[in-house]
Design a protein around this ligand. Structure first.
Ligand SMILES: *[C@@H]1O[C@H](CO)[C@@H](O)[C@H](O)[C@H]1NC(C)=O
Ligand SMILES: *[C@@H]1O[C@H](CO)[C@@H](O)[C@H](O)[C@H]1NC(C)=O
Length: 337
């Protein structure tokens, strides 16, 4: 081998770092250690998994898909004509049965399926500057095609996300007694106080020939338009739930809830599904069996591995090798240095 002599490699400083003599953790994976570690992980994870699963099972959830059922029988073949006809009454009533006692607060969500709020051009079609303060009103470049009206005045809030705001509404009653829906505090406080200005009022919104969704009251500042704030926090997956409001009384088992839906929102043109969800919560949040299952699976696997190692260790313990084998002058493999 030939190396260029002029390379002038410097000898490294003689320190613990360059000589790789720093203190280090070198665990010796003896059978006892490995078995104890796996058993310990298993014993921690299984109770956590059981607790999560139990909490998730206690959550009471009512899910009702209504996008098909809310179109009258004789219009089922042409749902699009139905939803686009503004003279047709879109009111629809559904009856829901409370399966078990539902403790307040009961969260009301709408769930959309096959709605890609994560599409690149859709996600970018908004102006955060404009939403935040009145000075940014004319900042609408990112909002096209919903930036300005045909006569050139700015739209506030601009962009496709705001334009396509969900606009179905729900009313609830039990035995003709109305259940109040609390629509306050459904948005994140960080959004309300830092992203949506209290001096920004809707302007020229939904005034074009194509109406994409809900309208906004132009005398209420954006920071208090919580439905809009919730909608503008775009979902990452095509099936998502968004908070609509809260019912703040307990619902007794077997009670029948009458839901009055204004079925306005057009998901029919792209085959989207709409569901209404009523759900209680527990300490893990809403209904979610996955977390508990994941803990149980992992804990179970760890215990299984621990048990396997114990068996192997009992049946065929591994004998310690002869350490003198390692010394340099015994070189049975005959490697040359
Ligand atoms: C809209 O609905 C009304 C009442 O049902 C009906 O008379 C009219 O023809 C419909 N319009 C269209 C465009 O389908
Ligand atoms: C609701 O949104 C749809 C579009 O999805 C629109 O056609 C309709 O006019 C809107 N209705 C109301 C009452 O805002």
């Amino acid at each position: 081998m030939w190396f260029p002599v002029s390379l002038n490699l410097k000898k490294p400083v003689n320190s613990k770092f360059t000589q790789q003599e720093l203190p280090a953790c070198k665990p010796i994976l003896s059978p006892g250690w490995v078995i104890t570690t796996f058993a310990f992980i298993g014993l921690i994870f299984i109770p956590v998994g059981l607790a999560s699963l139990f909490a998730s099972q206690r959550v009471v959830e009512i899910v009702d898909r209504y996008d098909v059922a809310c179109v009258p029988e004789h219009l089922q073949d042409d749902k699009l004509a139905y939803i686009q006809n503004s003279t047709v009454d879109k009111t629809c009533t559904r009856k829901l049965k409370v399966p078990r006692l539902m403790r307040s607060p009961i969260f009301i969500y709408y769930e959309l399926e096959n709605f890609y709020q994560n599409h690149r051009r859709y996600v970018k079609s908004r102006s955060d500057k404009q939403l935040r303060s009145r000075e940014g009103e004319s900042d609408t470049e990112s909002c096209s095609p919903e930036a300005k009206t045909s006569n050139g005045s700015v739209i506030v809030p601009c962009g496709l996300i705001a334009w396509s705001m969900f606009n179905d509404t729900y009313g609830f009653s039990i035995n003709s007694k109305v259940l109040d829906v609390n629509k306050k505090d459904i948005a994140w406080n960080s959004d309300k106080y830092h992203k949506f200005g209290s001096d920004v009022y809707p302007k020229n919104f939904q005034s074009g020939p194509f109406i994409g969704g809900g309208k906004l009251n132009s005398s209420i500042p954006l920071s208090e338009q919580e439905d809009l704030i919730v909608w503008m926090r775009t979902a990452a997956l095509p099936t998502f739930r968004k908070l609509y409001g809260k019912i703040e009384v307990d619902l007794e088992p077997n009670e029948e809830i009458m839901v009055t839906i204004h079925n306005n929102y057009n998901t029919y043109s792209f085959g989207g599904k709409k569901r209404l969800v009523l759900s209680t919560t527990s300490w893990i949040g809403g209904k979610n069996d996955f977390l508990g299952m994941a803990y149980l699976t992992f804990g179970g696997l760890s215990l299984l591995i621990a048990a396997t190692f114990i068996l192997i260790h009992l049946i065929r313990p591994r004998s310690l090798g002869d350490p003198s084998y390692l010394s340099w002058n015994k070189n049975p493999a005959g490697y040359s240095n």
